[in-house]
Design a protein around this ligand. Structure first.
Ligand code: IMP
Ligand code: MG
Length: 174
């Protein structure tokens, strides 16, 4: 395979600290709400594994699959989504968990689909946000870091399905 050049953007200790803060904030906000955290595969996995262990209130875990980036760094406009979780979402507090929000199209499409189930609330937590790349307006309540307009990899995020296993976040420099 072809190796990509990248620079370190966020080291492991900094990510861990920030996830701890997000977990604390979510625990405060969702006390007595028994939220369902819905991970958006596959970019959520590392972040979600750490996040849920820093949440100290009862919560449930579900996943939904979505993909929009077909080839490397070039986005396709079509978001391909899997099935909704097969538990009832009606009247439940949903918190979607994403690795990175870029154009906002993925999270927008999933939100619209989940709204049909009449949940009590829907919010989003993302490890990385790229607000300047937004093409659809989306309000993201919990953000780990601003990634500017950089293409980022590691900690669950890929280029062509590789680099998800890097334990830190890097930015691709080529
Ligand atoms: P959006 O629909 O444009 O917001 O893109 C969200 C999806 O695109 C994410 O779930 C990622 O899979 C992918 N993506 C967007 N930006 C990046 C990036 O910088 N690195 C890796 N994947 C990205
Ligand atoms: Mg991807």
């Amino acid at each position: 395979m072809e190796y990509r050049k990248f620079e370190l953007l966020y080291p492991q200790d900094r990510i861990a600290r920030r996830i701890g803060e997000l977990g604390q904030q979510i625990s405060d906000d969702y006390k007595d709400k028994n939220p369902i955290l819905i991970g958006i595969l596959k970019g959520c996995i590392i972040f979600m594994a750490d996040l849920i262990r820093s949440i100290s209130v009862p919560m449930e875990l579900e996943f939904i699959s979505a993909s929009s980036y077909k080839n490397g760094r070039v986005a396709s406009d079509q978001v391909v989504m899997g099935e909704n979780p097969d538990v009832s979402l009606s009247n439940r507090h949903l918190l979607m968990v994403e690795g990175v929000v870029d154009s906002g199209k993925t999270i927008y499409s999933i939100t619209e689909k989940l709204k049909l189930e009449k949940p009590a609330s829907i919010e989003v937590v993302t490890l990385l946000d790229k607000p300047r790349c937004r093409k659809v307006a989306m309000n993201i309540k919990y953000v780990g870091f601003d990634a500017g307009s950089d293409f980022v990899i590691g900690f669950g995020l890929d280029v062509d399905q590789n680099y998800r296993n890097l334990p830190f976040i890097g930015k691709v420099t080529e």
